[in-house]
Write a protein that binds this ligand. Structure first.
Ligand code: CA
Length: 605
């Protein structure tokens, strides 16, 4: 170890000198040293289904000291966007362009009949794009990946085929954390690759979050000191359901959520105001109409519902713990100071219990499969192998505070993600908050810019789509406050839900009963909870954004699906009846309290 440490320190010194040489301040070093690469290492950490308000520096009570430390040294971004689910976000992350161009116009699992065979709906990261890790690799970076891929399983689609020089990757969108038990009938076993080969067997003592971290450290260590920078993509599975934890992590949040979701959310909102994440007076989204007030539940059921949130919180802290191990390693080998860190979640908090969803398909293969492979019936077993616990909508609203809805939907709760950028190349006030409108497509543009690589119009003889994302480099260097100007805008479509954001304004179309199956308009600066639909009051703004929606559809060849995941949702949930002040009357009446003294029944006194 001693020897290894020495050679690392030597390696980083060489790179440091390389930087000086590039600046023209050192003259007398040999050609070998002059050739050393001064570009920073890059560590890109993506959480899976983590909410906006979970980490400490975004207002959460969950203990995330390592992410918080990155936020304190770097910058938090309040208006960073992804797509509403995993694979569409990941396609935009790696390609730098819209998901309807990159091949995930719809998730592979839910492709609609009218989308089959349409370019942009291949269900894999397609050949119309070049993944930026490929370009980084070509430009002299080591490119490492661990964790969840979800962008195609065939040999020409796996990480090794898209530019990663080393990988340890799960192909599926989710599964067990302890073994290769999959979620869907169509993929009963999760498929893994390591360095471009399909794995026959997982390593001994496999636990996803820990093993992914071990592998990333192993990859970095294997080439350390060779003078080349590395790009490490850590695509954690955590805290995606099912919640699976090592034994000694199961009780870390015992009783922490017994007070219920309403109080926990209120406490988070207060901290978010204190931290400056949201302005004072922010109106949070309403508690969803089909959820009870937590205080109305008896203590027993309330504690049982809280158990799921206890496990979720432990999943987030466990991920933070392993992120801390990676950071600790980089510090120990002297690479921390020359590393840029980017952290975000791939979509909003998960409010749909996938276990319930699978169970609910009567007579389908998935129904049978769920019954055979997963159990959510015994709360004492939640968190252990074979169990399926997921927090559900009530806690998702806490995780996504102050926003409306959650994963799968294009309300802010589905697509706004906590972003932290920290480390090498970030020259902004430590611990500051930035409100520029940002998008996951920007990451490719940013990292290519930092690596000094121009995105090509063709790659190995095939034409590739141009970047739609914008580089953050000028902003990170303090030369701009946002990568976007007043005329820039963003668009989304998933499962027929639609959205446009331009400046402070958002146009939104959601299926019933979550939405109204028509356009809604919100001012996100004054109303991030999307509580006041202004489409009637601001017809001109609505018209302006509707024109952008048409442009978005045309430019990205958006095909609205003729079948979708939410088509029976209105029948599954209680009817959504508007609640006004004074109606229903029972809600607004004060309870009758009998007088303290017993009455004389005969005299009435
Ligand atoms: Ca996800």
């Amino acid at each position: 170890m001693e020897q290894a440490m020495n050679s690392t320190n030597a390696g980083s010194t060489v790179r440091g000198l390389g930087a000086l040489l590039l600046l023209g301040t050192a003259v007398s070093w040999g050609p070998d040293l002059a050739a050393a690469d001064a570009r920073p290492n890059i560590v890109l950490i993506v959480a899976d289904d983590m909410g906006y308000a979970d980490m400490g520096m975004f207002g959460g009570e969950i203990r995330t000291p390592n992410l918080d430390a990155l936020a304190k040294e770097g910058v938090r971004y309040t208006d960073f966007y992804t797509s509403a689910t995993c694979s569409p976000t990941r396609s935009m992350l790696l390609s730098g362009t819209d998901t309807h161009i990159a091949g995930l116009g719809n998730m592979d699992e839910y492709i609609a009949p009218n989308q089959k065979g349409v370019p942009g709906y291949e269900g894999v990261l397609n050949d119309r794009v070049v993944a930026f890790p490929q370009l980084l690799k070509d430009a002299g970076y080591h490119t490492y990946m661990v964790g969840k891929w979800h962008l195609g399983k065939p040999p020409n689609r796996i990480p090794a085929a898209r530019g990663f020089s080393r990988d340890f990757t799960m192909m599926q969108g989710g599964g067990s954390y302890f073994d290769d038990t999959g979620l869907m009938a169509r993929s009963p076993k999760s498929i893994f690759t390591e360095d471009g080969k399909y794995l026959a067997k997982l390593p001994r003592k496999y636990y996803a979050t820990r093993t992914f971290t071990d592998k990333m450290i192993e990859f970095i260590e294997s080439n350390r000191g060779d003078g080349k920078p590395f790009f490490g993509y850590v695509a954690h599975q955590a805290p995606h359901d099912p919640y699976h934890l090592p034994n000694n992590w199961l009780r870390r949040y015992e009783k922490a959520y017994d007070q219920g979701w309403d109080i926990t959310r209120k406490q988070r909102l207060m901290r978010m105001v204190e931290l400056g994440i949201i302005p004072e007076g922010t109106q949070p989204a309403d508690r969803m109409w089909f959820l009870p007030e937590a205080v109305n539940l008896a203590p027993g059921p309330r504690a049982m519902a809280a158990r799921k949130m206890e496990l979720y919180a432990a999943m987030v802290e466990n991920m933070d713990h392993h992120i801390g191990r990676l950071i600790e390693y980089l510090k120990k080998v002297g690479e921390y100071d020359n590393t840029l860190f980017i952290f975000f979640s791939d979509n909003g908090a998960e409010g749909t219990d996938l276990g319930a969803l699978l169970r609910g398909r009567k007579g389908s293969l998935n129904f049978l499969f769920h019954a055979i492979n997963w159990s959510q019936t015994n709360p004492a077993a939640w968190g252990r192998p074979g169990s399926y616990a997921s927090a559900g909508a009530a806690w998702a609203q806490v995780q996504a505070a102050p926003f409306r809805l959650y994963k799968g939907w294009l309300a802010e709760g589905g697509i706004r993600s906590p972003l932290v950028v920290s480390g090498a190349g970030v020259h902004r006030q430590a611990g500051s908050i930035n409100r520029g409108v940002m998008h996951v497509m920007d990451v490719a543009a940013t990292l290519l810019d930092i690596a000094g690589v121009t995105h090509p119009s063709s790659y190995k003889g095939r034409e590739v789509a141009p970047l739609q994302g914008k580089s953050w480099k000028p902003m990170l260097e303090g030369e701009a406050d946002s990568p976007r100007g007043a005329e820039d805008w963003l668009g989304w479509e998933l499962w027929g839900n639609r959205a446009i954001r331009k400046g402070d304004w958002k146009l939104l179309w959601l299926h019933k009963p979550m939405g109204i199956a028509d356009w809604e308009l919100y001012n996100l600066r004054t109303d991030p909870g999307e509580t006041q639909d202004l489409s009637g009051k601001q017809p001109e703004k609505k018209k302006e954004l509707l024109a952008l929606w048409d442009e978005y559809v045309k430019h990205n060849n958006v095909i609205l699906p003729d079948r979708h995941l939410f088509e029976s949702l209105e029948d599954q949930l209680p009817q959504r009846v508007p609640v006004n002040e004074g109606w229903p009357p029972m809600n607004s009446k004060k309870p009758f309290v009998p007088p303290k003294e017993p009455l004389d029944a005969e005299s009435g006194k």
